[in-house]
Design a protein around this ligand. Sequence first.
Ligand code: FES
Length: 171
Amino acid sequence: MTAHTHHHVHEHELSKTDPRVKLLAAKIKKENHKPDALIEILHTAQNAFGYLPKEVLVYIAHELKLPPSRVFSTVTFYHFFSLKSKGEHTCLVCTGTACYVKGAQALLNKIESQFALKPGQVTTDNKLGVAVARCIGACGLAPAVVIDNEVQGKVTADDLINSINGKIATI
Ligand code: FES
């Protein structure tokens, strides 16, 4: 049982190459790992991930030396935080300044015309959800999106639709 739990934790470790994780780490460092900065750090995380994945909360708790229960209860207390992504697959479109300038809106328009989805919505079969982020830490690759956990940079509207179709086709 214990061994299994350990394995489970390992499986959900954050990817060190994920620009969102780097962005979050930089924010935590900037705040000197101060527990007082928890809310602000949670905002940064949600703006990068579109919601607050469990492994991100565990990571934040660890970095601020707070009990995970404290971080989870803070998140559930404030209605502006969300613990869930919508849909079996998610397409997170970065609409931060750099990505916006490079055409993030055109990506959202294409998604809307192809799948009839606006940010925050999910298809009726729950296969695909669309969310927006405010910066995923990959500004040099603008416009950037994250499909499931895969960051894609300099994406065109057609590439994006192809990747999404590829994801939703695999079960
Ligand atoms: S603004 Fe999109 S990655 Fe920074």
